[in-house]
Structure formats: structure tokens, C-alpha cells
Design a protein around this ligand. Structure first.
Ligand code: THU
Length: 136
């Protein structure tokens, strides 16, 4: 099992905790920090739909809240879809605060897996000039 396969498996397990009574679409994310620690997150929905937090941002915010700011890779798992589902635009922007363009991103559904980088997913990084994050 490669590094990314293991991280994906952690993301898939994280999806089991998803709170998604409205979409019934579970998402799990696993963020590997520079020191090897993996922080997971899941999507948390709300009856006021716009307040939903994606799995990726749940993981990032948890990591930052725990004092971790340096990351190696992220995996996103959507076990309820056959296709791989890419991180949404908001999550790409939030990730870009903390990591560089070559940051590895893997996402997978049941039958498809995509390995890419944040730079490929988000080539025109918004407000780059204002950036203060350590991924800088
Ligand atoms: N979702 C994520 O958690 N991450 C993404 O990158 C895409 C969408 C969640 C939000 C919502 O709970 C459900 O998937 C359906 O949109």
C-alpha cells in the first residue's frame, strides 16, 4: 500500500462519522501533517443548508486549532459515489492559505481515484499577494 493509499483509507474511515442527513453524501478527509500525524475531518451539514462545512475544511480547521500548520498531503474519500469527487472551490482556497502549489491531493470514490496537486486544482490562487500562511 502506498502512502497515499493509506491516507485515503483514513479518509474513507473518517467519512463514516459524516453528519449528512440532508444530502446523504458522506465525505471524509485525512490531512497528513509534516510530523506524520494525520488529522481527519468530515462534512457537517445543517438544516440551514449554507452553513454546511466540508470534510476538507473540517480537517484543516481542526489541524490549525491543534497548532499544526505544516502539511504534507490530503486525501478525500466519497464512498457514496463511484466517481472521484474533487474538493470544492472554497476548500481549495482554504488549503491554499497553508500549502504550496505542489501539495499532493488525492481524491477517490468507489471506482475512481485521482492524484493531483493543489496547483493543478487551483491554478489562479486568489489574493496570493495578501497571503501570510507558512506555506507561502
Ligand atoms: N462536500 C464536502 O465535504 N467536500 C467537498 O469537497 C464537496 C462537498 C460535502 C458538502 C455536503 O455535505 C455534501 O458533500 C454534498 O454536497
Amino acid at each position: 500500500m502506498t502512502d497515499m493509499s493509506e491516507l485515503l483509507e483514513q479518509a474513507r474511515r473518517a467519512a463514516e462519522a459524516s453528519y449528512c442527513p440532508y444530502s446523504r453524501f458522506r465525505v471524509g478527509a485525512a490531512l497528513r501533517c509534516k510530523d506524520g500525524v494525520v488529522i481527519t475531518g468530515t462534512n457537517v451539514e445543517n438544516r440551514s443548508y449554507g452553513l454546511t462545512n466540508c470534510a476538507e475544511r473540517s480537517a484543516i480547521f481542526t489541524a490549525i486549532s491543534a497548532g499544526r500548520t505544516e502539511f504534507e498531503a490530503i486525501a478525500v474519500s466519497t464512498p457514496d459515489s463511484a466517481e472521484a469527487v474533487a474538493p470544492c472551490g472554497a476548500c481549495r482556497q482554504v488549503l491554499s492559505e497553508f500549502v504550496k502549489a505542489d501539495f499532493p491531493v488525492v481524491f477517490a470514490g468507489r471506482d475512481q481515484r485521482v492524484e493531483t496537486t493543489l496547483g493543478q486544482l487551483y491554478p489562479f490562487d486568489s489574493l496570493q499577494d495578501l497571503k501570510k500562511g507558512s506555506g507561502g
